[in-house]
Design a protein around this ligand. Sequence first.
Ligand code: FE2
Ligand code: FE2
Length: 331
Amino acid sequence: MYSQGLIGAKTETTEDEAFLAAFQRRIDAEEKIEPNDPMPEGYRRTLIRQIGQHAHSEIVGMLPEGNWITRAPSLRRKAALLAKVQDEGGHGLYLYSAAETLGVSREQMTEELLAGKAKYSSIFNYPTLTWADIGAIGWLVDGAAIMNQIPLCRCSYGPYARAMIRVCKEESFHQRQGYEIMMTLANGTPEQKELAQDALNRWWWPSLMMFGPHDSDSQHGDQSMRWKIKRFTNDELRQQFVDSTVPQAEFIGLTLPDPELKWNEERGHYDFGPIDWDEFWRVVKGGGPMNKERLEARQKAWDEGAWVREAALAHAEKRKARREAAKMAAE
Ligand SMILES: [Fe+2]
Ligand SMILES: [Fe+2]
């Protein structure tokens, strides 16, 4: 049924005009769409693709930071990082559940991820080379995630919108713990400050890529805006992220690696240099430094969890058989 891959799901839809117009009226009236409501097939598929990708990003996103849990520089840092990585696992679970309300199973979504058909945020295909990367990820990657996710709290699909409310509260803690790591390093020895600057240099551009292609090149943008799945375009969100991050970098005395970054009085926004979209597409298509390792880690986890899934199924079947036997005996 999803042979082309959820990632390639088409947003066009074949329902008749009266149905689509009635659906659009509900959207325009800011009504929430719930799992059992009639909805255009394109709406359903767009959401499955987006929520599925989002869930995969949370789960794969545990890997680069999980890499540093055993090497955190203090007990306090370790406790915060452990909690953060566990939060991301929880986000993945809410999101898989939200996608399941649209008629796709977690197994299907996982199979698509492992087969390379479903995507996850490309940012997680970069390696975490030093402890400062943990600071940079929290500050920038979770910061960018917040920009994306706050408007999703008002997404027209009820289960997704509600999941996002809690997720955003936790993301805000993630952003702060990352920024605080960067602040501590930036105020430390010259070597520590250099570590922070180096991490910022490596994570800045991939963070800007997290918002996706420019609006002029984005294939799903317009319909998602009309259906109020998205509330702001990729470029609007990216600009908002740049505008709020520049003063944060200045405050801790770090320099964003973009010589063209400059306040534009007329626009009331920061101008910034061109994004390397060749790099973006290379990483999306599997050519990033860590794509292979990330999928291998997920495959290993899936294989090693097989006995848990089998045991849970066997247990459910036993309970069912016992319930049926008890019912027979009572009759
Ligand atoms: Fe998250
Ligand atoms: Fe997060």
